[in-house]
Design a protein around this ligand. Structure first.
Ligand code: AMP
Length: 421
């Protein structure tokens, strides 16, 4: 079936049309027929771009003031005789939506019903920068394609298998009971996809392998995936915690915050901006949030860029060690995301000196690894495999849509991992 996948941000709508089915999932043969992006929604020069295999990429600039118009334009371009890929929107049999936060209530992908919509709305307080836009896209698409099922796929759901010792913070317990302040984790679709693909690449059942997955892009997170279940992850209550990121600080002593507020006389919203927009690779290097530019600056001798790069890799190494301890050993470390898939230097630096854990990188294979391929870059005899797996969150969303509709969508919840009430 042809599934439209929508990922709605504050001023953008990413979309793909994916041909998939339960058989195609099994054979890993599902295909992306079209992909595109609407950006600068709300401005007079919004841009819609679409790429269809075998055709020249197409783009148009026009005023798109809100998400409904954006989705309307997407549907229009998809049926355009020259630039589109469908004869009629009736060919779309379902829509899969990315939703960032499902809180504690969803541990799976689900058919969108009024109850599910209300639940996504309830989670707006937990993800005020994401869920409202996801909802806006969802409403727009349901209005425009009322005759087809809509499925919501949550970034947080895969991590709902974590045990309380991994998700409860060392804060007064009332903050959890009253406000659900806990680790949720994000990038769940990506961690799940690459862990499944890693097991396939190793030729081993997922239920047998312990994998540390490293999703390194603009946002970065790692997860400990123990025999198919996420048992810990670096992002927390929000996507700020854990690894150093493009502009986010990652792990930090929380006592710094009141101290900075007093000493620098900053407001709460300035503090938020500092942590999310002015920190990380960018904040430390003063050069860029982009890893390519950081690597370039390192090569020209920029010491702060080198420091930012080293901190970035050091945290990855620390969490590999931590997650090996958490799972009682590891069978694979998997890299994905723009940095994870493309930066051989990050992979090499992060894993250097980890032979004691059984991780032996094949430096040459790592250096020349082709782009866009699922591949092992560890030495033949390495106890722990090192894998590169291009992530494909849209494909996970399309696949889950098919699974939900086919009644074969598993829940990620693990009985016995509920926290005391
Ligand atoms: P993503 O958010 O997954 O698109 O990843 C974006 C990040 O990937 C940016 O920091 C890019 O600099 C980084 N990236 C993309 N290509 C490369 C490359 N060839 N080498 C190093 N970093 C890269």
């Amino acid at each position: 079936m042809k599934v439209l996948v929508l990922n709605c941000g504050s001023s953008s709508v990413k979309f793909q049309v994916i041909e998939t089915s339960l058989e195609m999932i099994e054979a890993n043969s599902d295909a992306t027929l079209a992909r595109g992006l609407v950006e600068k929604i709300g401005l007079s020069d919004s841009r819609l771009a679409i790429e269809v295999e075998g055709r020249k990429p197409y783009q148009e600039i026009s005023e798109i003031l809100e998400h409904r118009t954006a989705v309307e334009r997407v549907l229009k371009v998809l049926v355009h005789p020259e630039h589109g890929v469908l004869k009629s929107v009736k060919e779309l049999e379902a829509v899969g939506h990315r939703v960032v936060h499902g809180g504690e209530k969803v541990a799976s992908s689900v058919l969108v019903t009024p109850e599910v919509e209300a639940m996504i709305e309830e989670c707006v307080v937990l993800a005020p920068l994401h869920n409202p836009h996801n909802l806006r896209g969802l409403n727009a698409a349901r209005g425009l394609l009322p005759g087809v099922p809509h499925v919501a796929v949550f970034d947080t759901a895969f991590h709902q298998s974590m045990p309380p010792m991994a998700f409860i913070y060392g804060l007064p317990y009332e903050l959890y009971s009253r406000h659900r302040i806990r680790r949720y984790g994000f990038h769940g679709t990506s961690h799940r996809f690459v862990s499944i693909r890693t097991a396939k690449l190793l030729g081993r059942p997922l239920e047998d392998v312990r994998i540390v997955t490293c999703h390194l892009g603009n946002g970065c997170s790692m997860a400990a995936v123990d025999r198919g279940h996420s048992v810990d992850t670096t992002m927390g209550f929000t996507p700020l915690e854990g690894l150093l990121m493009g502009t986010r600080s990652g792990d930090l002593d929380a006592a710094i915050l009141p101290w900075v507020m007093t000493m620098e006389d900053v407001t709460l919203s300035q503090l938020n901006a500092m942590l999310n927009k002015h920190s990380g690779l960018y904040g430390i290097s003063g050069v860029s949030s982009d890893m390519r530019e950081i690597e370039h600056a390192c090569a020209t001798g920029n010491k702060r860029a080198r420091l930012a790069f080293d901190i970035f890799c050091y945290r990855i190494r620390k969490y590999v060690g931590a997650y090996a301890a958490a799972m009682g050993g590891i069978d694979a470390v998997t890299f994905t995301g723009g940095i994870g898939e493309n930066s051989s230097l990050v992979r090499q630096t992060s894993l250097a000196g980890m032979e004691f854990l059984g991780i032996e990188l094949d430096e040459e294979a790592n250096r020349v690894a082709p782009r866009g391929k699922e591949i092992l870059v560890s030495k033949g005899g390495s106890k722990v495999a090192v894998a590169l797996i291009p992530t494909n969150e849209e494909r996970v969303i399309a696949r889950d849509t098919v699974r939900v509709l086919g009644g074969v969508m598993p829940s990620f919840a693990v009985p016995g991992t509920e926290a005391p009430r």
